[in-house]
Design a protein. Structure first.
Length: 305
């Protein structure tokens, strides 16, 4: 007989566009269990969110009410319920959480708000929780947090607050160009060319205005000079990250920088920054998401007492 799982003291939830991840947290803050599914926000109607969550965390529910703290696209306008943005400058954690409508009496679901900036217009959802997690572990940090990804974020934090930030669609552009543009014929596989990445990065940083022409050059080099897919892929990444770094220079120049995200992509940004004399620290994004959810739960618990 399989032993019964210990009921969760509370549940941490990271709900993105494509995936749903949850952790069962014990009374001492320990992780009792972890589960995930592909029930991301992108495939759910508002009425489907409770069913998806209960289906994933049912083994962790006890007889009483279990609180779940959620971050990410679950709080978007197309999500379970919209969690209004907090406006910068604002604390990375401790904002007003939005209560989601539930019919299951065993669940009390609260959603962390995203963060917005009026000028220049910008928004984030989910990244603020990773930022809160980093600041919970490094309360005296003042500087720049970079979160590479589909939509990369450069965030200025000071005195435990998000002061300003900029978003770059670098990851999405890489995916679109690789899969849906003429470059799909030249960029393939999962290999890499360090020298090609470094050359493309340097050329894009020095002349970002030439990006569009250099992108088509990837196709031409494959047709005329038999450029390999590995080299083309590395050059495409270097060109796009170089253009991002050129635009984000006011953030990273002369500042301490921490990269938060998946190791592979973070390492590329680290390589790019080191070439400019910046030595960044790399922090694990998944661990910081859980740390940020824990900080939000602690803040909510403190307000209730």
């Amino acid at each position: 007989m399989t032993p019964a799982l210990q009921p969760a003291d509370w549940i941490a939830v990271d709900w993105g566009t494509s995936n749903l991840r949850a952790w069962s947290i014990g009374p001492a803050g320990e992780v009792l269990d972890h589960a995930q599914s592909d029930d991301g926000m992108g495939k759910l109607a508002p009425a489907d969110f409770e069913r998806a969550l209960v289906g994933l965390v049912r083994p962790w529910l006890g007889e009483g009410v279990t609180q779940a703290i959620a971050c990410g696209m679950v709080g978007a306008r197309q999500g379970w319920i919209e969690a209004a943005y907090a406006k910068v400058p604002c604390p990375a954690s401790g904002g007003t959480l939005t209560k989601a409508p539930t019919t299951d009496a065993r669940l009390d679901v609260r959603i962390i708000p995203g963060v917005c900036q009026n000028a220049p217009a910008d928004v984030m959802r989910g990244e603020e929780t990773q930022i809160a997690g980093y600041l919970a572990q490094n309360p005296d940090f003042d500087g720049i947090l970079c979160l590479p990804g589909t939509h990369s974020k450069w965030v200025h934090v000071s005195a435990q607050e998000i002061v300003s930030f900029r978003t770059f669609m670098t990851g999405e552009m890489f995916a679109l160009l690789s899969n849906q543009s003429v470059l799909r014929h030249s960029v393939g596989g999962d290999g890499w060319d360090d020298d090609a990445f470094a050359e493309a990065l340097d050329s894009s940083l020095s002349r970002p205005e030439a990006l569009a022409g250099r992108l088509f050059g990837l196709r031409a080099d494959q047709l005329l000079h038999q450029q390999t897919p590995d080299t083309a892929r590395a050059r495409l990444s270097g060109l796009l990250i170089g253009a991002e770094l050129a635009a984000a220079k006011p953030y990273w120049l002369g500042q301490p920088v921490v990269l938060i995200g998946a190791t592979g992509l973070a390492q590329r940004y680290a390589t790019a920054l080191r070439a400019q004399g910046v030595v960044p620290v790399i922090a694990d994004g998944a661990a910081l998401t859980l740390a940020g959810l824990t900080a939000a739960h602690s803040s909510l618990k403190a307000k209730a007492t």
